[in-house]
Design a protein around this ligand. Sequence first.
Ligand code: NAD
Length: 479
Amino acid sequence: MNVGSRITLGPGSATPALSIEDVFERQRTRAIALRVSTADERIATLRRLEKAILGRRAAIYAALAADLHKPEAEADLSEIMPILSEIRHTCRHLKSWMAPRRVPATLAMLGTKAAIRHEPKGVSLIISPWNYPFNLTFGPLASAIGAGCTAIIKPSELTPHSAALMAEIVRDTFAPDDVALFEGDASVATALLDLPFDHIFFTGSPAVGKVVMAAAAKHLASVTLELGGKSPVIVDETADLKKSARSIVWGKFANNGQTCIAPDYAYVHESRMPQFIDAARGAIAAMYGDAAASPDYCRIVNARHFARVRNLIDDATTRGATIHAGGTADAGQNFVAPTLLSNVSADSLIMQEEIFGPVLPILPYGDLAMPVREINARPKPLALYVYTKDKAIADRVITETSAGGSCVNASMAHFLHANLPFGGVNNSGIGNAHGFYGFRAFSHERAVLSDKFSATPMLFPPYSGRVKQMIKMTVKFFT
Ligand code: NAD
């Protein structure tokens, strides 16, 4: 078995390293005990996680700087804040989420009482990606704890400083019977996926999402798949160009474009193309100046992804794309300058795959039907953004397309709204995260009916003439 697939219990522990199977068996037992855990007990566990995050703030900044050159401000905004918000929102609302929800009796069910109870699914598996390593690991963990589940975590191997720090946080904060973390690559994930988890919460690419779903099918484990894809933007002729450009540039170049909900490419009304390109160039200059020297500009995660992004730009320019900003790169630094492209041909690689890097193709359109048709011809995106002053245009775009989530005159902000479900649709994901929706992902909604004086026993066999008549009346009057 892979070296990464054993965890130790920390310095001074008398217990030998535990294998994946050991931990899984311990968690199975623990998950049954957790069924009767109270909201206060779960909140106490969440507070321990909150304290561990706050106590390791400096170490989190350092790990993210080492892995992604992520500036402290971005670490605060996109890693620490969403985790604290998830934990605190869950703590605030957990009692009401856990309370059985009474539902009224239907006519045929008069004489019964019915409620929906959210029971913990049991042992959960959380597999996370590298682009927001803390946020996308501890966010789902907060939901799992809130729902009363145990969790085994497998973070990405591509951000090793963050993975090692998360392993330390988990080891110091939880018993492995409750929460455990196994570092390692896809082979560790594969070993984990062999086990009969009750729920699998996966965040990553659509390609690996399919592998996860196939593995889950062997045990009929339920899944939440938070995937990716190409998230389009539409900027219509009424949009405030300066504001729109600032918002799109921020969404695109934060974390170097390595964001699942980053604007991937932008359709801009043909009458506003030159002004939009100018405004976007201005926004890049205002935010990053000389990006290579800017402390606020991240880097591509590794040489493989650097080469991939570089190749997307080269392929697009070979096919006739025009560079309006950036286009330069430094392999030694995994640095790609914030890049704006136009005249991008539809058969360019950059229009085929998720860019996941700091490059924005800008495509002109005349009639709104064209971007809507093209968006509908591609796999359903994780996000779709519309910039317009015309509410009817925003409504039309949202109604005529399908996407995991959308913002009007903003990008990425829906991720931070704790009362909104966050997730994709089909190729961009299955199920939702965040707040109540995250709690629900790790819960089974159990229907519980208590019979007080319902008429159902009167419909039991033998089906005498009188019983048959009553059944006919029931079908006629009570459905
Ligand atoms: P990835 O799918 O390559 O890896 C994600 C995780 O799966 C990692 O922990 C990795 O070790 C593991 N893994 C890799 N191959 C595996 C296999 N064959 N079997 C089992 N596990 C395997 O994704 P990534 O490169 O880490 O992240 C980028 C992708 O994630 C992009 O597509 C992005 O859009 C998406 N993403 C989605 C969200 C969201 O919330 N929807 C958030 C962040 C990233």
